[in-house]
Every structure is written in C-alpha cells, then in structure tokens.
Ligand binder design. Sequence first.
Ligand code: PEP
Ligand code: MN
Length: 263
Amino acid sequence: LVSRKRQERNTVVALGDVEIGGVKPVMIAGPCSVESYEQVREVAAHLKASGITVMRGGAFKPRTSPYDFQGLGIEGLRILKEVADEFGLKTISEIVDPAHIELACEYIDVIQIGARNMQNFELLKAAGDVRKPILLKRGLAATIDEFLHAAEYIVSRGNTQVMLIERGIRTYEKATRNTLDISAVPILKQESHLPVLVDVTHSTGRKDILAPCAKAALAAGADGVMVEVHPNPATALSDAAQQLDFSEFTIFYDDVLRSGLMK
Ligand code: PEP
Ligand code: MN
C-alpha cells in the first residue's frame, strides 16, 4: 500500500493548513525533551516568531541508560498541548507504548514512532488503528525495505497518514553520531508516495554541519527537515551537545531559507 506502484500521487499529510508532502517543504523544530512548561513556552515563542508552524518535543524518552532522564510522560503531552494552543502551533511527540496511542491523540497532532521502535509491531498496529498522522523514524540499522514494511504495518490497518523520516543509520563512521543516508531520500520518494523527511540533529549529532545536511536533504527531494532547538542546550536533560540555541537556530534557518530550497 505504501508503494508508488499502488499510488502514483504523493500522499499529503495536512496538519490544519500546514501540508507535509505537498508543494512546500516544512521545517520542524523543538526541544529533544519536554522539560517544563516554561522551557516549551520559550521555544514555542521563538519558533513562532521565526515562522515555524510545527514543533517537536519528546515526553516519553527512549534513553540508552535507565539512569538518564526518561521524560515527563503524559504531563509532557499536556504541556505541549497547552503551549501549542496558545501559539497556534502543531505538535509532534514520540509514543513508546501501544496503550498510550489513543490517549496521545487528544494532546498532539502527530505521533512519532522512534528509531528504536520502528519494528515494535504491536506499537505499529496500534498506530495503524487510530486516524492521526504518524511520523515513523527509520530504525537504527534498518534497511529501506524494512523501513517501508514498518510503514506498511500502519497503513494496512487503515491509517494512511504516515510520514517517513531518515534519522541516520549505524555504520563504522565515528565522525558523526549516525550516518545520514542521504540516498534514502530519493529512493524512498521513488519507491513510496509517503512524505519523506530528514532529522538532521540525530543523524549527524553535530551542530556545525546541520545547515549543509539540511540543504542536501532538501536538494535530494525531502519534504521537510527536523532539528532540535533548546533555550539553553548546555542544561538540557537530553542531547545537550547537539541542540541549537535560539541564535544558532536563527542562523541555521536563515542559511537554509537563503538556499531557496524551502520554496
Ligand atoms: C527523537 O527524535 O527524539 C529521538 C529519540 O530520535 P530517534 O528515535 O531517531 O533516535
Ligand atoms: Mn534528541
């Protein structure tokens, strides 16, 4: 069902009047984790002023270590909703438990399924049973074929609003956190009609190459880019090293806009 052979026309995911997979690429930004109401509100105010319409923020955090910050859970989703309503933003947040999928629909506009859960089939089925846009991340070491089959799990249960996001894969290369597989973008666009995005933050783990990687993604045909932004990255409870502060975000976004690739 996700194959271009089954459907020639691109799937467009509409979040209010924001269209993903339509004519204009979208920039999605926001903190790695929802840490507090004040933190999310500060980010939302800056994003709104920059013309960003879709904000991300993790409430359920899949952390490598059980001793690291695990996220605010449902309370984090409540914060996202309250702030998004105030600023008129659309929101994306990761859900890790099938039991939370329906509840999440009340709080957020897009349910993210994280890289670690790309083949959590019960979670994929639960995501397929609701009628809410899903942002499906490529698994840590998933092939494109496995990625598309994971999307098929969701779409085959009737939820056609699925977006794919390349977030880097594991290779031997240590210069970046993961290896951004830029070729996945044109391949996914050719093989599937679903929107394709690129998460430049998790794929590179490096602030100094975000802009060129975002431009490469857009030049390769991506329908959008996702990037992490935090009011004070040094104090962030997750991914402190790779989130942009507000002035870094402004420089990054201006650079990408100046390329003309977001039109
Ligand atoms: C995230 O986007 O918050 C995240 C945890 O990313 P990934 O699942 O790609 O590691
Ligand atoms: Mn992160």
